[in-house]
Design a binder for this molecule. Sequence first.
Ligand SMILES: [Zn+2]
Length: 284
Amino acid sequence: MVAGALLGGCAKPISPEPRLTDTARPDPITTSAYVSPAVARMEQPLPVEIFTPRNISGRTLAVATTSDIVLKPGEVVLTFDDGPRPGKTPAILDTLEDYGVKATFLMLGSAAEANPRLARKVAEGGHTVGSHTYGHVDLSKLTRQEAINEIVKGEEAVAAALAGSGKAAAPFFRFPYLSQTGFLRTNLLQSGAVVLDVDIDSKDYYRDSAAVVAQRTISRLDARGSGIILFHDIHQRTVDMLPAFLDQLARKGYTVVRLVPRNGNIFGRDLITAGMAQGNAEQL
Ligand SMILES: [Zn+2]
């Protein structure tokens, strides 16, 4: 899906790290004034750069269909599934704001229904809100009609939660467990939905430490060079790892692409033909 992914992820050069011992390094001749490196390090302030959030927002990409999502080397899309979740989603929103980036939240209908204010807060923060079924079921195990009903129920619950926010649900959808069938995918695409695939799975649902999740995700991103990253805004480790992860993105020169729907909300799906005819003119 992503052209040129092998070209590498460091679109911008990494700025050199401050050298901790530059000012404390003794003149090689004045050995009597030597300060041990350990002491010198303790006396040095921590390099501010490492812990200061930087704005790493990149392009806004308006998409009408899945194949419109074409990222350049060094570009990532952040996606968060299964929320909104009190105590977790707000912290993630704060971190995203620190770095000036917008993400896509694929909400469960049941979670949005249970936490409508939080769902609206996500949308009002400028993030894109799509859906992820109502009850997180494996759609490949249902009949076709049952599966479609589950998808629509999820979309409608998310849309209902956002009602009154002035923000519409996007026709963005992700299959739970990434478990899809050809019939459902084709049906969704023909109806004008944007099926969000995953290029890099953080596996933040594993019982790993936040540091391990961050490092694993960065390694996979570096190997691929760009991509759509899957997180879940329901885990504390995701809350914990996100600042360090975004800091790594900043240090490595990645930018975060904001995905927005080109055709409006989930009820605008019959506009798919009109949207296609506009070509790339509305790509921001
Ligand atoms: Zn999920």
